[in-house]
Structures are given as C-alpha cells and as structure tokens.
Design a protein around this ligand. Structure first.
Ligand code: FE2
Ligand code: FE2
Length: 282
C-alpha cells in the first residue's frame, strides 16, 4: 500500500495540527489512515476500477516531455522522480556544486536529498535487526535511479561495486528483479502500487524472470530478498532518520576512495561524475 505523506497530513488537518500531536497520536492516526486507504483500495479492486493496463501506460509515452527511464537528477519531479500529478514545476532544480573530493555523504546531502525512501528503508532494516550489509544495501538500493531509473538495480550495483562487498552489490542488483516475485515465507507480497506503475496486466520481461530464477537459487538470495522486504512503499511520518545514524555502518562497509567518488579512476567513477555534474553538456 502506498502512503502519500501529503494525504496523511491533509487528513489530519495540516502540518500545524500534526506538529501538536504526540508520537502515540501520530502512530494511531497513521494506522487509521492506512486502514481507510486499504478499505478504499479493496473497494476499488472489487469494482476492478482504475488500474491502467500496459497498453494504456504505453500510450502515454509520446505525451510526455521526458522519458520514464531517465534518472531523477535529469528531469523535473519529486524525490521518487514521479512528475505526473505530483510536482508543480516543469523545470529542473539548480544543484549545489559538489566538493572537490566528494564522499558518499556529500552525494546523500547534495544529490540524493532528501533520500527519505532510502533512509527509511535502512532504518526499518536496522530496527528489524538485519545484518549490517543488508542495512547498507537498503540505504543504497535505489541510488541507481538518480542516474537512470531503467534497470536501476543494475546501475546501482555498478555504482557501488568498487567500494562494497560482492554481497552488498548482489543484493542491490537483484532487488530489482525480486520485487516482482512474492515470497510469502520472507513476508514479501507483490506491491499493489505496481499495478499503477507497470500496468495491471504487466508480465516482467524474460531477462528479469531469468535474473529472478538465478537469484532465487543463489547462496546470497536472502540478502537480496531482505532488501525487498525492507523496501518501504509507505511513507512513515513518525520516523525521520538521518544519514548520521548509519555512519558507523557505512564507514565499516563502504571503502571511500581518497580522491573522492568520481575521481578515483574506478570503473564506476564516470557514473558518479555524471551525478555530480548532471548539467555538463557533454
Ligand atoms: Fe528499487
Ligand atoms: Fe526502493
């Protein structure tokens, strides 16, 4: 179930009203909201209403000024890179220049910000007592989408591969395919929001099916699956985790290059530079 923070705040009487509430009141309110939304979603599904088909989504392609697969740094839109119906401005934002030797922290502050989805997913993994490599995987799992949303798991894995363990890169790469395949034992169901995003009759292409089959049998399946089970579709207004809460884990498991991310001649350096300088003409 997708929870939009603005919808929750509006249902509670606005930001000022929410600020007056205690943590318990906010938790109760969120639960009420989720139940109401779940009821609404079930009613909509019973009437088989409102989820677009693959053909209907394809029909929109040449009615946009940008492509769905472009990275969110390269197009207008909100944090998730969604534009339609959720952002007022048709223009991209002016970005703060990066320091000379940027670290992962600089990318979080200046290119991935606010990064709520990543931080909340990592916080959930931490609260559930997941291993540190899973927490790091959750923190990094969607950074590929800043560069390119198409195949974001593969882009994300390529970005981090020189700096993390093979296990973390594996988890980030394969979370993309695993998200289409439920695993009841792990507590992962097909996301209802995908009916909207991919179309109600969407079937993942063969390379995704093959990636799933491969990952399913792999000894690190549990790591990649854990990234999907902690991948937070719902925005939780009660937690606002900061990158500093993960500093020890990052510093233990992410090898920062002395030259800065983008300037160390690694196989991924040009990809980091593209995120540092998305306004460079060539
Ligand atoms: Fe993802
Ligand atoms: Fe995600």
């Amino acid at each position: 179930m997708t929870i939009n923070r603005e919808d929750v705040v509006r249902s509670l009487g606005g930001e000022a009203a929410v600020a007056q509430m205690t943590h318990e009141q906010r938790a109760d309110a969120l639960e009420d909201f989720q139940m109401a939304q779940l009821d609404a979603e079930m009613a909509a599904r019973r009437k088989s209403a409102k989820f677009p088909s693959v053909a209907e989504l394809e029909d929109k392609i040449d009615k946009r000024t940008w492509r769905m697969g472009s990275g969110k740094l390269f197009r207008p839109g909100n944090e998730m890179g969604r534009f339609e119906g959720s952002s007022g401005s048709p223009n991209v934002k002016r970005l703060t220049p990066m320091p000379e030797k940027p670290s992962l922290y600089d990318y979080f502050a200046l290119r991935f910000a606010p990064g709520t989805h990543l931080l909340q997913s990592a916080a959930l993994a931490k609260a559930r007592g997941e291993p540190e490599e899973v927490i790091l995987g959750c923190l990094l799992h969607d950074i590929g989408g800043s560069l390119m949303k198409t195949d974001h798991g593969y882009w994300g894995a390529a970005l981090i591969e020189p700096y993390v363990s093979e296990r973390v890169a594996f988890a980030v790469r394969y979370h993309q395919a695993l998200r289409f395949f439920p695993d009841a034992e792990a507590g992962y169901a097909y996301p209802v929001s995908y009916y909207n995003t991919f179309g109600v009759d969407y079937v993942p292409p063969p390379y995704i099916q093959e990636a799933y089959q491969y990952a399913r049998k792999h000894k690190w399946y549990g790591l990649a699956r854990a990234v999907t089970t902690n991948d937070l579709y719902a925005f939780n207004p009660n937690i606002d985790p900061q990158i500093d809460e993960f500093r020890e884990i990052i510093d233990r498991h992410f090898k920062h290059p002395a030259e800065g991310l983008g300037y160390d001649n690694s196989p991924a350096a040009h990809m980091w530079r593209s995120m540092a300088n998305p306004d460079a003409p060539l």
